[in-house]
Every structure is written in C-alpha cells, then in structure tokens.
Design a protein. Structure first.
Length: 201
C-alpha cells in the first residue's frame, strides 16, 4: 500500500511538472517578438503601482503588451547577470535599456558603465532585436556621462532617449525627489518615448 502511494505521488508530481513546463513554454511563446523595458527604478516605477508606470502606458499607446523586467536600485553589473533570463530568452523585437544611474552610487567607473551597457546592446542586437538606450537619472545628463552615452549610441547605431527624462527632472510637480517620476511624470514619459520609438516598431 505504501509503495502504491509513493508511485501515485510520483505520477502526480510528474504530471504537474509536465504541465508547468507547458505553461512556461506557452508564456515564452506569447512573449516572443515582444517589447521589453529593462531597467532600474525609473522603469520599474519606484513607489508606484504597475498601472502608473511608463511601460504600462506605453503598452496602451502601442496597443500591445510591453513587458517590464526592471528592478529598483540595479546597476549595469547586476543587469548583465540577468539579461539572458529576463531579456534574451524571451526573444524580443525591441528592448529599452535604462541603466546607469545607480552606478556612481556603487562606485562603478563610467568606463565600466559604458562597457556594460555596450555588452547589453550587443547581446540584444545579436538575437536580431533592436535596442534603445534610455537615460534615467540627473547624473547621466552631466557632460561626461552624456557624451559617453552619445558616443556609444552612435557607435552601435541605436536610438538614445536623453531628452525625455529631462522633462520630469526639471519639473518638481513631475517627480518625487528630483529623480523618480510621479504617476503624471510616467504618463508624460510614455508619450515622449512612444513618439521616438514608433519608427522602430
């Protein structure tokens, strides 16, 4: 009797694993050819509900799902560690990369920030997807950072979104702390980003 119970449990677990794998595969297929926002607290919508973030509003404007695989507080180093799982394995057609603002706080040199971003862009382009670089914090608008990202965008032939975040940073009513956009700030970001990426869709 005990043996029969063990066999039954094994069969149930096997069936569960099988269907779980099928569901995961179906999810991956659903996401293939999608648009992904891959970033830090700006893209993740620090302090806001999912429905208030710019990726959510961007999806409404485009008319299709925009997957947000962003984590608050992340650096370009951390992003590189998970890009395979959270971006490449999903076979996207366009990825908005929004990292770099946290790097100075973690003592990551500008040269490494640019190199890490370049590696992410190359990985995205290698699978046949389009990459877009988005600047997300005030420190990235300083001359050394800005020029370095401009050079990178030109070198890799990708769109650089640099003006969009200026709008929310420069208006106290559109940000919480000089960095993170409010719900209204995110909505404005979505409108501005939509206008720039439309030719790429």
């Amino acid at each position: 009797m005990k043996k029969e119970i063990i066999i039954a449990v094994i069969v149930i677990l096997s069936v569960s694993i099988y269907f779980s794998n099928m569901i995961n595969r179906a999810t991956a297929i659903k996401k293939a050819g999608s648009i992904i926002c891959f970033g830090d607290s700006i893209a993740s919508g620090h302090g806001l509900k999912r429905e208030d973030t710019f990726p959510y509003h961007l999806a409404l404007l485009i008319g299709e799902e925009v997957y947000n695989t962003s984590y608050s507080g992340e650096t370009t180093r951390q992003a590189l560690r998970r890009i395979q799982r959270d971006v490449l394995d999903l076979s996207p057609r366009l990825v908005i990369v929004e990292f770099g603002g946290n790097d100075p706080y973690r003592n990551i040199p500008l040269e490494e920030t640019i190199n890490n971003t370049e590696l992410m862009v190359e990985a995205i382009q290698k699978i046949g997807a389009k990459a877009v670089i988005m600047l997300g914090e005030w420190n990235m608008l300083e001359a050394d950072y800005l020029n370095a990202f401009r050079e990178l965008a030109k070198r890799k032939n990708v769109l650089l979104l640099e003006d969009e975040i200026r709008v929310t940073i420069n208006d106290p009513k559109l940000n919480f702390d000089g960095v993170h956009p409010t719900a209204q700030g995110h909505k404005i970001l979505a409108d501005l980003i939509y206008q720039k990426i439309m030719p790429l869709l």
